[in-house]
Design a protein around this ligand. Structure first.
Ligand code: MN
Length: 354
């Protein structure tokens, strides 16, 4: 299905073939995960080009749709030779992902072909998730949720922020996560006013603890944020937490296929503004998640007029950050499926005091 969709786009754009150099694109299209080599897709044929380190695994992973050819010293021209065997002239390349030197090397290898930048061609296909993508993200999310419940029993004032991040990551790894979805955020006290603060080698402060993290399954990421309190929350903290939660629940009510992205953002933003937290929600409401942790679309004030589409997946993550004091964010992921919006996050979010 993925290969067929990509091939259709190749034909529609008048290309003869595409050379995929980005590992995420290669895995998405071929199902094979490797870090060096090429996936070549022509109008009729497709080939995985891998060296000795990967060739056995490539042969095992490749379905009927892909030829597997070894890159070796004796076959220096295997990439142009493969394209020539397709009869290709116009060849699309991944300008979004190649470095300048990577492009120079590719141009050198493919001097006899017309190279055309493919822009967002494949990213746009990947943005609309199929059922297996949603399943992988859901599995990753289930792992992240169990890690959350695990650390709730461990958090104490003698633990450092780095230890908390490590506990989350170790638990997820043992539960089958390929790697953290992104560098785990586990911050406490005054650091929680930094939306993307880094865990430090210092003991957890009393007050808010923000954990923003995810797992990876089949190359797909999950993304969740929970804010808990070490000790007791005072009235200001309770009011702030409840405002973030109200904003999130309101946005979750309206996010769906056909909704205006700017309007969903605005609904949550107005709740926070109207509660008196002016200028304290300085980032967008949400973003797409897939094989990258941040993908299209973006829910933010400048997305007015952009419409959410079936197959997209977005986070809903309002926050309030009081400079020098503390902050709070609550984040779920919503899939816009054929059966309507589905919140993939199944994790408690009433204020937890530890
Ligand atoms: Mn996020």
């Amino acid at each position: 299905m993925r290969l067929a969709n990509f091939r259709k786009a190749i034909v529609q754009n008048g290309y003869d073939a595409a050379v995929l150099t980005n590992t995420v694109s290669q895995r998405y299209i071929s199902g094979f995960n490797f870090t060096d080599g090429y996936v070549v897709v022509g109008r009729e044929r497709a080939t995985i080009l891998a060296d000795f380190r990967y060739i056995e695994a490539a042969k095992a992973a490749a379905g009927d749709d892909f030829d597997v050819v070894m890159i070796s010293r004796e076959q220096k021209n295997i990439l142009p030779d493969t394209l020539s065997s397709y009869g290709a002239k116009k060849v699309a390349y991944e300008d979004n992902y190649l470095t300048c030197s990577g492009f120079a090397a590719l141009s050198d290898k493919l001097a006899d072909f017309e190279l055309i930048p493919m822009g967002n061609l494949l990213d746009d296909i990947r943005e609309i998730k199929d059922a297996p993508a949603f399943e992988s993200i859901t599995r990753a999310q289930r792992i992240a949720e169990s890690a959350f419940r695990h650390v709730l029993g461990l958090i104490n004032p003698d633990m450092t922020e780095i230890e908390l991040a490590a506990e989350l990551e170790y638990f997820m790894r043992r539960a089958g996560s390929e790697e953290p979805a992104f560098p785990t955020i586990a911050i406490s006290g005054a650091s929680t006013s930094l939306p993307h603060g880094e865990p430090a080698n210092r003991k957890l402060s009393r007050g808010f603890i923000t954990m923003d993290y995810g797992a990876t399954v089949d190359g797909y990421r999950s993304d969740m944020t929970r804010t808990v309190v070490l000790g007791r929350a005072d009235d200001d903290m309770r009011r702030l937490y409840q405002t973030v939660l109200d904003a999130q629940l309101a946005a979750l009510e309206v996010v769906c296929e056909g909704a205006d992205m700017g309007a969903v953002d605005g609904l949550a933003r107005d709740i926070i503004e109207n509660a008196g937290y002016h200028g304290c929600f300085g980032h967008g409401l949400g973003h797409g998640v897939g094989m990258y942790i941040h993908e299209s679309p973006s829910l933010n004030p400048s997305a007015k007029g952009k419409i959410l589409r079936r197959g997209q997946l977005v986070t809903i993550e309002p926050g309030i950050y009081i400079e020098g004091k503390y902050g709070c964010r609550i984040e779920d992921m919503v899939a816009l499926t054929d059966n309507g919006p589905v919140n993939l996050t199944d994790c408690e979010k009433q204020l937890i005091e530890l």
